[in-house]
Design a protein around this ligand. Structure first.
Ligand code: SAM
Ligand code: SF4
Length: 382
């Protein structure tokens, strides 16, 4: 038998929330590994394990830095079709669905029904939301969702309005905070507060606006609300390259990150995304890749109103489109889909959260596993 790669047998001491970003560890779960091994050998799956699903491209906020700005407010998956799609997913081997956007998922009128259908079939459901409409679906969310992550990017209404403006006269920040407090009290899954580091600067590099200074205060607010975790991420430019921080900003962020760590306890974790770590570690903006095929694209897919794409980074990119869920049944679409369409050496030179997963998948081709080397399922959102 070949050598067992990195993740097996590694000491596991973090809570499930703490392991949320350990994407490589997640491959070795009992019900995941058989599919992972097939993909590592170059075989196709009858369905991906995880689906990112954008029910709609409509959004009630108009964030200037939104990575999906150029695909927003351009239709939704019609109600009949998405309710049928939820049934199709429920009848498939998909293990987890993330309701997300391009768009605000809670703006789709069928979202309560979608959640009930998926959860009723035992599929794990996660939600990425701007938080303004949680109150409309709070019972469904509290009862059925494995996790809810609210994109906040601020600790105050003033900064929230700058980076996440709404068309309303009154600030939506207090509404979102109240929604989160209410959800924190009744949720069965976990609740996260997400903070995307953003700044605006003049061509000479002078910073005009930034939310960096609110990072620690946002972490404290997250804990006070009753969140299970606070996630810090770095913003991308339109090409998905991490926006760099100056040496002085990096130093300030390191200090805030250190102080954030002091907030952690058994019920509250601070998660540092791979993009945030790339800033803290002073990594290059480019992440070169030597593999011609992204194997993760066979394990996960991204379904949106404008098409199905290999991953969220390539959402809306015609060169990475592998189907159209409005026109085809889910399994027919997947059977025809070519998940190898993207060449990461050329098309994914930015920091990709799945890079380590892809490197691990490449190592797995020659490996055999004994049952007792696998770990029990702890998080199916691989
Ligand atoms: C585009 S939003 C759509 C879902 C929902 N409306 C929301 O606001 O969370 C999905 C995710 O993209 C992230 N995002 C938005 N703009 C980004 C950027 N420029 N760089 C990196 N991530 C970004 C947000 O933080 C959020 O987690
Ligand atoms: S390697 Fe490329 S195709 Fe694969 S998940 Fe990353 S960005 Fe997407």
């Amino acid at each position: 038998m070949a050598t067992i790669p990195s993740a097996v047998g590694k000491k596991r001491e973090l809570s499930v929330v703490g392991k949320k970003l350990d994407l490589v560890d997640k491959l070795y779960q009992r019900s995941i590994l058989p599919s992972v091994m097939k993909v590592a050998r170059g075989e196709r799956l009858s369905a991906p394990l995880v689906v990112d699903l954008d029910p709609t491209s409509f959004c009630d906020l108009s964030c200037p830095e939104c990575i999906s700005a150029n695909i927003l407010n351009d239709g939704q998956i019609e109600r009949d079709r998405i309710e049928q799609l939820a049934e199709e997913l429920a009848g498939s081997t998909v293990k987890a669905v993330i309701l997300i956007g391009g768009g605000e998922p809670l703006m789709h009128k069928s979202v309560g029904k979608i959640i009930a259908t998926l959860a009723g079939a035992g599929i794990r459901v996660g939600l990425v939301t701007n938080g303004t409409l949680i109150h409309r679906y709070i019972e469904d969310i509290a009862e059925h969702l494995s996790w809810t992550r609210v994109s906040m990017d601020a600790a105050t209404a003033r900064t929230h309005r700058i980076f996440r403006p709404s068309g309303r006269l009154q600030s939506v920040f207090p509404i979102i905070v109240e929604n989160m407090r209410a959800l924190a009290k009744k949720k069965k899954g976990t609740l996260g507060y997400s903070f995307l580091l953003m700044k605006r600067e003049l061509p000479n590099g002078e910073i005009t606006t930034s939310n960096y200074g609110e990072l620690l205060a946002a972490g404290k607010l997250a804990k006070d609300i009753g969140c299970d975790y606070f996630e810090v991420k770095a913003a991308f430019d339109e090409g998905h390259f991490v926006l760099p921080a100056s040496p002085q900003q990096t130093e300030e962020l390191r200090e805030q990150s250190r102080l954030l760590a002091q907030l952690e306890d058994d019920g509250f974790r601070v998660l540092r995304s791979s993009t945030f770590r790339s800033i803290l570690d002073g990594k290059e903006r480019i992440q070169p890749k030597e593999y011609a095929r992204c194997l993760t694209a066979e394990l996960r897919t991204t379904m949106t109103p404008s098409g199905v794409y290999v991953c969220p980074y390539h959402r809306g990119n015609a060169q990475a489109k592998i189907g159209d869920i409005r026109k085809e049944a889910f399994l027919d679409m997947w059977k025809r889909a070519d998940s190898s369409i993207v060449d990461p050496r050329r098309q994914c030179q930015f920091h990709c959260a799945r890079h380590d997963t892809n490197l691990e998948l490449a190592k797995l081709v020659q490996v055999d596993f004994d049952e007792d080397q696998l770990v029990d399922d702890f998080d199916l959102f691989i």
